[in-house]
Write a protein that binds this ligand. Sequence first.
Ligand code: ANZ
Ligand code: ZN
Length: 848
Amino acid sequence: MSRYDAAQTEPKWQRAWDQADLFHAERSDKPKYYVLEMFPYPSGRIHIGHVRNYTMGDVIARYKMSCGFSVLHPMGWDAFGMPAENAAMASGGHPKDWTYNNIDVMRGQMKPLGLSIDWSREFATCDPEYYGQQQALFLDMLDAGLVYRKPAIVNWDPVDMTVLANEQVIDGKGWRSGAEVERRELTQWAFAISSMAEDLLDGLKGLDDWPEKVRLMQENWIGKSRGLEMTFPLTASAHGHDGIEIYTTRPDTLRGASFIAIAPEHPLAKALASGNPDLAAFATDVRKGGTTEEALEKAEKRGFDTGLTVDNPLGGTLPVWVANFVLMDYGTGAIFGCPAHDQRDLDFARKYGLSVTATFKPVDAESFEIGEDAFVPPKTETVSYLDNPAGVGTATGSEGIEATIDWAESQGIGTGKVQYRLRDWGLSRQRYWGCPIPVVHCDACGVVPEKKENLPVRLPDDVTFDVPGNPLDRHPTWRDVPCPSCGAAARRETDTMDTFVDSSWYFARFTAPRAETPTDIDDAAYWMNVDQYIGGVEHAILHLLYSRFFARAMQKTGHLPAGTEEPFDALFTQGMVTHAIYSTKDAKGRDVYHLPEDVDLETKTVRATGEPITITPPVKMSKSKKNVVDPMDIIANYGADTARWFVLSDSPPERDVEWTASGAEATAKHLARVHRLASDIERADRPANAADADLQKATARAIHEVTEGIEGFAFNKSVAKLYEFTNTLHKSDAGGDARRVAMKVLAQLMSPMTPHLAEEIWQMMGGEGFVVSAPWPKADPALLVDDTVTLPIQINGKKKSEITVAKDADKASVEALVLADATVQRLLDGAAPRKLIVVPGRIVNVVI
Ligand code: ANZ
Ligand code: ZN
């Protein structure tokens, strides 16, 4: 019998599956199952994280297929985005060529993994057939008021004269020009996602099969809070403003207010700046540094005293400042600062010498003073109010807030208001490689939607990237078109859509990828929702929130049937694949990293130079640390089944798994051993005997536990059980027939994880058809009943030990076993027990 040769076996079965068109998803009268892994960005090569992600999906898909479901398991490409444009800028090619080449390469790398994907449904989001339908969807959403135009702040690179994405702003500077980035106001398209904030929050409650942490992240992102809106009248009105409206979530700190701060873009600030060059200069200056949350968070607190004051309804006046940390697009763009209970306000107050007054203190504090740290207890904590306008004494923050809102409303100085952190989703991007926004700007008609029959609005191919900025802006024959409404000369919108749009509805498109409309409602009704969605936790906020918004929007515009507003029934976020880091130091003491294949782990040295290496504990694989393994190398060396089995073993799927060369080696050996065992069993012809029953029981247990592991997303447990069952089968003295039956079951149980080897063994054992098409084995419940029982041993009334005995063991043999128990022997210390009472099936009592 020849050795197991994955290199020859795996392609053979892949061809056979292809020829049988086994994974073609079809609507049928069978129950359906839709399993989806987050589709990849075509960066150029697949990495081991992809392998883990797709293998998990494949386990589910193959398992469900065997369980008799009509399975949809598609794959596509999240293909628009900046890296393609960057590559074009760096090496002169075209983003389209770069992208489609990468897709070809990655598809070619994915196929050898033997995934049960319906490749006939494949699409890339940069296919005009896809983005054309996205444009149709956009127009319907425009019609429904779900997308609109509004002024928005963007990162502006003053040297390259272009808008930058947040990730193109590095330390406040443009990534290409190195110029200090400014914030600029432009008119941008936005999806009205905040109008659905309450519904998006509410929907989270029903998502029982989502990780709790993801639901929490969504909840925090939506950020519902109740606060108070109130106006502080200006002591003397200025530029037509009589007062400043603020929003606060801590009205209970009103007595500690020491200043009013408004955003640099606040209408009052703008009006003041027009007559005050110093303020204008201040506003320009603080605009530098970009719009990223991180940049705003890190930026030093800076203010400009306007000299104006407001009257505080609680008495006295407060100065009005313009401050860089107040955002125009949140609340009212104005706040009152209470330094005692907000760190940001405290830093600001200390810097500019503003007063600090506490409004509450810890309940047990005798003396209380604010130093460098603001006192910011959670709202649920009980505090002692020092001076609350509503007369609150000792209460939780939430109680204090509610009471103060009620009081403010009764006094007519403010109104309670629910506020969400969630902003509308700005989708305009000033770049080429994205889905064109299908509208035309006409001087006479304004913004005119492109006619649906003219979709897709295709990206022009003849563009160059030798000058910064968006090539669509300088492409006259593409840009200049007649107005679809009046026919006058007009201009196409040259902004394209945020690539998050592309990934917000692809799961729906997979249900009818060639439809002439965004979806086919019957197909969507059959296949939706996604039963199991699998992906990285890095997409736990935006991608999932946007998809949930799109599902609702698509329902409103008739593209999805009822019941799909939560499109992902179950979500699983898998852990990463990690690897140790190997490094040495160069002459200057800097770290030099080495690829795993370049080091000898036995001598802990670099192969080429013999230098000793330092080994740093495993972390996420990254090219910069060279702690990477290429899945293609693994497949070339050991085969896909080894890679698949390894990434599922050892760690629970939600945790990180450490890739080691020795682990891969051991996996390959194990799989070869399973194959050898199958060869032995194929030939062996031992007669039926007493060991058959034990093997049958072990088989039933294996079916039960492997199935439980798959159903419960604990693939590592299934893998562990399969190791154990293989050993049992290896050692079993059962007859040839019993062993063949057990081996067939082993092949079936391994099939979701190592499909190629499983097909091979299934065939050797004379299985009919493909193992993946064979019905999933069922464990005979009678064989699962445990026929042993564990009895506690009480000594003088206290439980001291326990024994496991056969259920039908007689009293005498139980007594003998009790007396042989190590703990009992130690406590008896050679003496005989005064009494020994066995209650069969329940307990053993010993009196000494
Ligand atoms: C007074 C106050 C006192 C505040 C205190 C906090 C602590 P959340 O809860 O996240 O919604 N705020 C309001 N609008 C803002 C804006 N446009 N830019 C920057 N900050 C703004 O945050 C609401 C709190 O953030 C509000 O409550 C306000 O400061 C600030 F001891 O008002 B607070
Ligand atoms: Zn017109």
